[in-house]
Every structure is written in C-alpha cells, then in structure tokens.
Design a protein around this ligand. Structure first.
Ligand code: ANZ
Ligand code: ZN
Ligand code: ZN
Length: 840
C-alpha cells in the first residue's frame, strides 16, 4: 500500500486513540521531570476555526516532543463555556443556553479528536457545569471574607429601549447595537468588585521575574497597571457651591510646578460639576457635549488624541501654596476614573495643558527654568520659545520660598509641606482599577450572596454551595437580569436569622472562570476543595502557555491576581501561574483576519476532508513562524499533503521491519549513503533546537522536506538497499524520519511506525539523538587570493564542486571588497587548496 490515503489512516487512528484513554493521561510522578503545556481553552461557539487549529497544533507539537524527550507531560483541554453568545443563541433559536453549549462542546471535541490532538480528556472541564462553578462561588466567599470582594455603585451602559445593561462591545458609536438611534445612557447600579488593586504593586514587581514572557506583553501589563508617583493637593473653593463639598483635590506628578498652575480642570463627570451647574445652569449643555466627546473618544480607544475642548465654570479655587485665585474649568481630556478626576493645569510645563491654554488664552507662567542638555540652569532667562518645558533636570523659579530648589528636591519638600499644613500628601496612583465582576446576565456563575432585611448582605453558607443556576429560564434581553424573574429561586431564607432573604440576581464575569481553570485541570473531580495543593505543587507553574495576544492584558492579569490570592489562602505555593508564555500570530486570508463578517473563513473540516488532519495541522506550522501572522493559502495545504505522500512512499515502498540497532560511522558508508547520514543528523539537530526553544516550526518542516529530497536523490538505495551497512542505514532513516515527523503529523507517523513493526508506542518513543560525528561535514579551508594577495579564507565541503567553490569565493565579503569596480580576468581553482582571482 504505497499510496498515501490520509482519510483511511486518520480515521483508523482516531478510533484507536479514542479507545485508549490512558494514552495521554498523566499523574504526578516525582521520578520524572514534569512538563505542563497549556493552550488557552476555547469558547464553545460550535466549531473550531483556523486560529484554534494553529494554537493547538503548536501546543501539540511541543507536548509530543516533551513526551519523546522523557518528560511527564500534562496536556489538558476544556471549555470556557459561560457567556453572552449562548444567551443570544437562545433568543434567536429558542434553545436553552445549556443545551446549546453542551451540544457545541460535543461537536468541537469531535473536531479536536479528528485533528489528533493529544489531550488527556480525563482532565476535561467545562466552566458552565456546577462541578466547576461551585468553586467560583467558594472563591467569591473567601474573597468576601478577606475583604477582597466588596459592593459599590458603579456606572453601566444602559439602553432605555432594551431596558437592559449593555456590555462595552454592545455600544456602537454611543448607541445601542440593536437600536442604532437610541443613545446609551450611564446608570448607576450596585455591583461587586474584586480588590485587584491591593495586589497592584506585586503584580507590577513580579513582572520583572517573568523572563519567559514576551517583552511586549509585560510592557502592556506595566502600562495597564500604570503606577505613578505623585501628590494630592486640595484647593478650597472660593465660594462653596453645594453638597459635593467645598474643595477640589487634584492628583499631580509635578507638585513642584504648582506656582505655575493657572487653572484647575475637572473631568465632565467629576461630582462637583453637578453643584457648579446648579449655580450656573448655562453650563449644562456644554458639559453634556464634553461628556459625549469623551465617551466617543474612549469607545474609539484614542482618548489620548482627543481634540481638547473645555468650558469656564465662572467659579474659582484657592491655590494653597500662594493663596492665589485659580479659575475652575471643565475639560474633555480629563478622565473621571484616573487620579482624582481633577488636575491643576500648568501650561508652561505640560504638553496637553499648553495646547489647551493656547487655545483658550489662559496664562502660561514659567516656574521651572528651561534648560538645554549640558547647559547650567542659571544660564538664561525663561525663554518662551522652548515651552512647554517638561524637563526635571532643572531649578524652580517664581515659586516663593521654593525658588532655586532643584526639581527632585522640590518634589519631596513641597509634598511634605502640603502634608504638614494639611492640604495634601505624597501618594502613588495606579491606572489599574478594581475588577467589576457583576453581570446582569443569565448564563454565568450565580453570585452566592443573599440580602436579608435584618442582617444585610449574607454569604451563602459553604455547605449550601453550589447555588445552582436555575434551568428553563425565559431569556430576553429586556428588563435586567433574567434571574430577577425566577421567583422560586429568588426567594430563600436567611441562614443567619431564618427570615426571608433574596438572592443576588447577577452572575459573574466569565473572566472569573478563566482565572484559575488551569489549576482545576490537575484534579477536576475533586469534591472537597477547588484544588489539591500537593498535586499543584508538582505541576506548577505551567511550563508553557500558548494563546492569542488579545489576552495579554485582562485574562493574564486576572490569572496572576487569582494565583496570588490562592497563595495567600494557602492553596498554592507558587506566586505566578506561568513560566513561559507564547503568543501566536493571527490566521489571515486575503490580507485580513479570518472572520464570518468578512466571509473569508476557511473551515478546518473542509481542509481535513480534502487533505487530511496531518496536512492541515502541519501547514499551520509550516506557513509562517508561529509568532507571525499566517497568510492562508489552500495551495499550501496541498503542498504539505504532497510532501506527506512523499514521506509515506519513501518508507512504504520497502519498510524494513524489526531492524536491529543501527551502528554505523561515516567512514563505513558509501558516498551517497554518507550524504544521507550526514543530512539526517543535521536535520535532527535543527529540529531539536527549534522544538527546544527557538520555536520556528516552519523551519523544522522545511528541514524535513530538504532531508526527504536528499533521500529521493538516491532512489536505488531506498528501493533496494544492499544487505549490511546500506540496509542498516535505510532502516535507521525510516525510523528517525518517522520519529521526527510525529510532533507535526502524528497520524502518518503512527501509521509508518506500525508499518516498521516497531513494538513500542510512538508517543513515548525516544527522540532521536543527535550524533555530531555523523553530522560533521568533511571540510577544508581554502585560501582566496586576488592578484596574488591573500584576501580571505573559506571553509568548504570536500564534496563541493569547482564551480561551487568559485561561486563561494566570489561571494565572499572581503573578496568582493577587493574586486569591487574591477573587471575579472580569470579565476583559477586548485581543488581543496586555493582560489586565485585575477582582476584589472
Ligand atoms: C500638574 C502637572 C504639571 C502635571 C506638569 C504634569 C506635568 P501620569 O504620569 O500618567 O500619572 N492628570 C492627573 N489626573 C488626570 C486625569 N484624571 N485626566 C487627565 N490627566 C490627569 O500623569 C499624571 C499627570 O497627568 C498629573 O500631573 C496631571 O497633570 C495629569 F508640568 O499635574 B500633572
Ligand atoms: Zn437597545
Ligand atoms: Zn437575616
């Protein structure tokens, strides 16, 4: 059977693997080095897309390589199974989210099996099942007990037409996604938050230890956490205006510039704005405009580039450092939820303030002496043509008692001064906000909290967990959380006083589910605790995590946070979940990301039907380095399929069954066999190096292709090897090619392995050892002369032809320099010794 028939091969092995649940199962084994390889778990949308295939092909290649290099490998898979799409599908198709989701899981699991991914399905989890989400509830209560979960009012997007809360993604240009002309409002709702900001410093600090993480991801996290050292300063209002207080506190990183503050700027949503409008109703429409401009810019994600607008309120505040009256403005570039939502504006020393002041004719007052690098600050008078000047390597001027101080010293002294006089202090601010986890949705983990008229907020007792998500609930988008309408579920008794109580009707953000799922894999059936600490100690941290860069911030920060809380609860001993992180590129077609909207999706099933799973998987590894975007070409899959057919034929034409150990040296081999042995070991080296760390799997596949070409160049050797050393070599090549192929094309590799009569399982067969003595080229050093003068030396293979040597010599950099612009008269090659070039 020397025709490659991927369908027959793959369908046979799929069944065989599915019937062998032990095959990929791993339990802790202290005698072996462990390796935990994890791919991000998919949302069960109904079908895998090529991005999944690529992600899992990378992880699977690595897992198989690790098995073959003797590791105890944990390679699990599961389902991020809660979330809005299930509810939308329920509304559209009249199917319950649970049924829809579980059906999709079945379908996608079948696809994964068909693709031959080596998952330990005994570890499978689906986050929508009570076995799993009860532990979300358990964690929630632990968080609550440790004061890491708290409730407060917070803004949500509200569509008055739908009468429901919208996720940020459902707000399109400030309007509802289903009601294109209905403006989305902001409503205040009581919501639960996790105090991730308690861990902000540690989350930032520990990034430095994550050497196996891409720099770009760490930078994104650093910016997201956004630690900023500065000071708070309180300005009293000249005329207290209303219930929101009689002062405005600003956050500034440059308290040293406070004598140059020529206005205060408030965010349009700053609480005091309401009071200011009450005493000056003309402001109302201008403020609404500013709010809207800010919201639109935020939705577009370019708040940094917003065109600055503002309005003077007519009110003033008093600068506590010099008692000066400062006008109060409201501006669209001041963010409500950063710092205090209010700033002192120092146009002379801040880019944005300068732009704003120039536009509105506000005073620009220089209080830091501008200086150029290397020039002493005393050198000149303030020069307005260098403004805004934001340097910190200078001195204060026009700053009362602080005049003459260097900036660094002034920062400290002035914060201290403010503190001593009770109107400010040094502080650290983070961009990171506490994590709001309440969702007014059905398909999520119920929040295990009760509300009692007498006792207030009461957690559900641990022995009453899980709080089951009620089934057969009518799902509509209107009217808030669907759970508010499930009367028999909603009303319960208070565990403290026995009186009536109601349940929290919100569910948890699905990022909660994915923050700790990888711990649960190690022991998914455990009923007494979320995890078994000893098992975690063995497997963690995860050696390699692989997923999309779109999760670089939220998922990967929440996971790190959750790990630190688990550590503080004594559940784990590691402080970080992941040692090495890899973010793969996107799969694109015709220059754009594959997506249903663009109609450029290539379905994995179609490719499998046409070319087989091996070819499809291998193509996703071959078409581009895994960290780059992959430009999909069906023809490329076909090419890989043809290559697999070539490998198959190379061996199937004459499989040497049950061959003994392979011992041979280069010296013993005839010329064509020697070339193949050498190339074989060079290929082993290349592939081992890539799988071991560099991860350019595309070059692994290319190396295999080159090697197989080399074999085809000696057809008689493979079709009909002579007894003895030739046969030994061919048998060895047949086995090693099969072993090298396994991580990338496991089906055909298994078929060939069986054909070779190998008794051991291929999955754990030892990875071929690299033998440097076999890989070594016979090489000689050749001197290159130009007009009789030695210009360079080349190392070339002894097999190299005269022509090849000549070409190499002429391409040499030093030689090129020596002959540049001259005419070559003649080139003489003395084999294995010399190239002599004559030019004029
Ligand atoms: C006065 C000042 C003078 C400032 C100066 C800078 C330079 P980072 O480093 O990002 O923390 N700021 C504070 N809160 C803000 C808000 N809610 N929206 C917009 N801008 C805000 O930046 C801190 C600086 O950004 C603060 O220091 C404040 O402007 C501004 F020569 O105060 B500064
Ligand atoms: Zn709507
Ligand atoms: Zn009570």
């Amino acid at each position: 059977p020397d025709r490659y028939d991927p369908r027959a091969i793959e369908e046979k092995w799929t069944v065989q693997w599915a019937n062998d649940p032990e095959l990929y199962a791993s339990e802790p084994d202290s005698a072996k080095k462990k390796f935990y390889v994890l791919e991000m778990l998919p949302y069960p949308s109904g079908a895998l897309h090529m991005g999944h295939v690529r992600n899992y092909a990378i992880g699977d290649a690595l897992a198989r390589f690790m098995w073959m290099t003797g590791h105890n490998v944990l390679h699990p898979m599961g389902w991020d199974a809660f979330g809005l799409p299930a509810e939308n599908a329920a509304i559209k198709n009249q199917r319950q989210p649970r049924e829809w989701t579980l059906g999709n899981i079945e379908a996608m699991k079948k696809q994964m099996r068909r693709l031959g991914f080596a998952y330990d399905w005994s570890k499978e989890i689906a986050t929508c099942l009570p076995d799993y989400y009860r532990w979300n509830q358990w964690f929630f209560i632990k968080f609550f007990e440790k004061n890491l979960a708290y409730k407060r009012k917070s803004k949500v997007n509200w569509c008055p037409e739908c009468a429901t809360v919208l996720a940020n993604e459902q707000v399109v240009d400030g309007c509802c996604w289903r009601h294109e002309t209905t403006r989305v409002e902001q409503r205040e709702l009581e919501q639960w938050f996790f105090r991730i900001t308690d861990y902000a410093d540690e989350l930032l600090r520990d990034l430095d230890q994550l050497e196996g993480w891409p720099e770009k991801v760490k930078t994104m996290q650093r910016n997201w956490i956004g630690r900023s050292e500065g000071a708070l300063v309180t300005f009293k209002l000249e005329q207290p205006s209303g219930p929101s207080g009689d002062s405005i506190t600003v956050f500034t990183t440059r308290i040293d510039t406070i004598f140059g503050a020529t206005s205060l700027q408030l965010a349009p949503e700053h609480p005091i704005v309401t009071d200011l409008i009450a005493s000056n109703p003309d402001l109302l429409s201008a403020v609404e405009d500013l709010k809207q401009q800010q919201r639109t810019a935020k939705e577009k994600g370019d708040i940094g580039a917003i065109e600055k607008h503002g309005v003077f309120t007519g009110a003033y505040a008093i600068n506590p450092f010099n008692e000066e009256k400062v006008p109060i403005w409201i501006a669209n570039y001041i963010l409500t939820d950063y710092g205090t939502g209010a700033i002192m504006s120092v146009p002379a020393h801040d880019e944005r303030d300068y732009e704003f002041a120039t536009k509105y004719g506000l005073e620009v007052r220089v209080v830091i002496l501008p200086r150029r690098v290397g020039e002493p600050p005393e050198a000149g008078k303030p020069e307005t043509n260098v403004l805004p000047y934001s340097g910190t390597d200078s001195l204060l001027i026009n700053s009362g008692d602080f005049t003459g101080l260097p900036v660094q010293e002034a920062l400290e002294k002035m914060a201290k001064f403010a503190e001593e006089h009770g109107f400010g202090k040094a502080t650290v601010t983070f961009r990171l906000k506490d994590w709001g986890i309440s969702r007014q949705r059905y398909w999520g983990t119920p929040i295990p909290m009760l509300y009692c008229g007498k006792c207030g907020i009461v957690p559900v007792p641990e022995d009453q967990l899980p709080v089951l998500l009620p089934e057969n609930v009518e799902i509509t988008l209107a009217g808030g959380s669907p759970l508010t309408r499930v009367q028999e579920w909603l009303h319960t008794t208070c565990p403290k006083c026995g009186g009536p109580a109601t349940r929290d009707t919100d569910t948890m953000d699905t990022f909660v589910d994915s923050s700790w799922y990888f711990y649960r894999y190690t022991n998914p059936q455990l009923t007494t605790a979320p995890v078994d600490t000893k098992t975690i100690d063995y497997w963690f941290p995860i050696d390699q995590y692989i997923g999309g860069v779109e999760h670089a911030i939220l998922h990967l920060i929440y996971s790190r946070f959750w790990t630190k809380v688990m550590r503080d609860l004594g559940l784990v001993h590691n402080s970080e979940p992941v040692t090495r992180l890899f973010t793969q590129g996107m799969v694109i077609k015709d220059g754009a990301k594959m997506s249903k909207n663009l109609g450029n999706v290539v379905a994995p099933d179609d490719m499998i039907a046409k070319y087989g799973a091996d070819a499809t998987r291998m193509y996703t590894l071959f078409a581009a380095p895994p960290d780059r975007d992959l430009d999909w070409q069906d023809a490329g899959v076909e090419g890989v399929s043809r290559f697999l057919a070539r490998v198959y034929r190379l061996i199937a034409q004459n499989p040497i069954v049950h061959a003994g150990p392979a011992h041979y040296t280069l010296a013993e081999l005839p010329a064509n066999a020697k070339k193949i042995a050498r190339k074989l070991h060079q290929t082993i080296k290349r592939i081992s190096d890539e799988l071991g760390g560099r991860w350019h799997f595309n070059t692994c596949v290319a190396a295999l292709m080159e090697f197989v070409n080399e074999c085809y160049a000696a057809p008689e050797l493979f079709a009909n090897p002579k007894e003895g050393i030739e046969r030994t070599l061919v048998a060895d090549v047949q086995r090693k090619v099969t072993l090298l192929l396994q991580p990338f094309a496991p089906y055909v590799a298994h078929e060939l392995w069986a054909m070779l009569g190998e008794p051991s399982g291929l999955l754990r067969a030892p990875w071929p050892a690299f033998d440097a003595s076999l890989a070594k080229e016979d090489e000689v050093e050749i001197v290159v002369q130009v007009n009789g003068k030695v210009r360079s030396k080349l190392v070339v293979s002894t097999d190299a032809s005269e022509d090849e040597v000549k070409k190499l010599a002429l391409a040499d950099e030093k030689v090129q320099a020596a002959i540049a612009g001259k005419e070559i008269v003649k080139v003489v090659v003395v084999p294995r010794k010399l190239v002599s070039i004559v030019v004029k």
